[in-house]
Design a protein around this ligand. Structure first.
Ligand code: ARG
Length: 389
């Protein structure tokens, strides 16, 4: 029998995938990764078995996700099209990497995923597989089967006695991990309308947030967050705390039109409080500790870096080379940033760094000025010289 390892979430799509793959003659082994969604291993085991899988592997990848995927992206300052901190995108190469490991372990020739034929995730899964395990073939049931709507899938599940939790009222497609939640589809497809209340996942709508500010203090070491509110915490712990705190203050919810890899423009709502708070704090500390030219160049790198992540090119030579550049830039990024969270806003309220490049004796308009203003005139003349007739 042909063996396939399916990236399994327990949702409607991947549950139907099990049955469909079995009908095609596969022995189906499931693999589920915990990246920080609501996750119950027992429930997943039960449902995978009841749906017809012969075996299920479950891995908690939250720490690996935080350390090896989110952190490099944070240091790089990667933001896709100015508004997306890449939560879903960053998770895919990690899941694919482990999916392949399971496949190798099981001597399976095939892997499968439940991604649609018009999204980004199929691209990310399959590029990763092609790079890391070119001999393994991918099956993508959603690109082949005869089910064309959610309703048809639910019918298919009923006929085949596949246990599903979802109902027809569940109108959004949601992907969640520790770095953010992506919400798509349903009423959101009408671009002229603001998102309905039921599209809020865990960030509070602004009219339900406190009327006073919440202060946060984050300390960084070489670009990595290491302390929150004066307490040592691992990166995963910091993300979890900031998600909870930020969500209460309405932080990090964006309504995006984005350019998918396959050329479609689509609308997606993201909720990523911790991601935006950390991004803001990190960027602020960089302003203080990195020199002008490196900062400028780093922004160019961030643009390309975000595109590599979004388009699925995580395991590539260019991505590794950019990491090397970014890591060099992060050496001086040490210090503390204080922020206030208030009704969706992140406001910088204090900075401290032993590696600060700010020199008060140069910047001051008050006493103690040591900047030699007589140098300015000649300096400006030289700057203008190439353009003077
Ligand atoms: N548009 C996002 C991305 O490409 C999220 C994709 C998954 N979204 C979802 N709602 N299921 O990274």
């Amino acid at each position: 029998m042909k063996k396939v390892v399916l990236a399994y979430s327990g949702g409607l799509d991947t549950s139907c995938c099990i049955q469909w793959l079995k009908d095609k003659g596969f022995d189906v082994i499931c693999f589920s990764a915990n990246l920080g969604s609501e996750f119950s291993p027992d429930d997943l085991k039960k449902r995978a078995k009841a749906s017809g899988a012969s075996k299920i592997y479950i891995k908690d990848l939250r720490n690996e996700f935080a350390q090896d995927y989110i952190l490099p992206s944070l240091k790089a300052g990667a933001v896709y099209e100015g508004k997306y901190l890449l939560s879903t995108s960053l998770g895919r190469p990690l899941i694919a990497k482990h999916l392949i490991e399971v496949a190798k372990n099981e001597h399976a020739e095939y892997v499968a995923h439940g991604c649609t034929g018009k999204g980004n995730d199929q691209v990310r899964f399959e590029i990763t597989t092609a790079i890391l395990a070119p001999a393994i073939k991918t099956v993508a049931p959603l690109r082949q089967w005869e089910l064309y709507s959610r309703e048809e899938e639910i019918e298919y599940a009923k006929i085949n006695h596949i246990p599903i939790k979802t109902s027809k009222e569940k109108v959004y497609s949601i992907d969640k991990n520790i770095w953010g939640v992506s919400v798509e589809g349903g009423a959101l497809e009408d671009l002229s309308r603001e998102p309905l209340e039921n599209s809020y996942y865990f960030v509070k709508p602004l009219n339900k947030t406190p009327n006073k500010e919440t202060s946060v203090e984050i300390e960084f070491k070489e670009g990595a967050p290491v302390r929150l509110g004066g307490r040592n915490l691992d990166f995963l712990g910091i993300i979890e705390k900031l998600n909870a705190l930020g969500a209460l203050c309405g932080i990090g919810r964006t309504d995006n039109i984005e350019d998918r890899v396959v050329g479609i423009k689509s609308r997606e709502i993201y909720e990523a409080p911790a991601a935006w708070i950390l991004h803001a704090a990190h960027r602020e500390l960089e302003s203080l500790t990195i020199d002008r030219e490196t900062l400028f160049y780093k922004e160019l790198v961030a643009q390309k870096y975000s595109q590599l992540i979004y388009q699925g090119f995580w395991f590539t030579p260019l991505k590794n080379a950019l990491d090397a550049f970014v890591n060099v830039t992060q050496k001086p990024v040490n210090g503390l940033i204080r922020l206030k969270l208030y009704k969706g806003n992140i406001v910088i309220s204090g900075r401290k760094s032993a590696r600060s490049l700010y020199k008060k004796e140069f910047a001051t308009y008050g006493k103690g000025d040591t900047f030699d203003r007589t140098l300015a005139e000649g300096f400006i003349k030289l700057l203008a010289m190439p353009y003077m007739k």
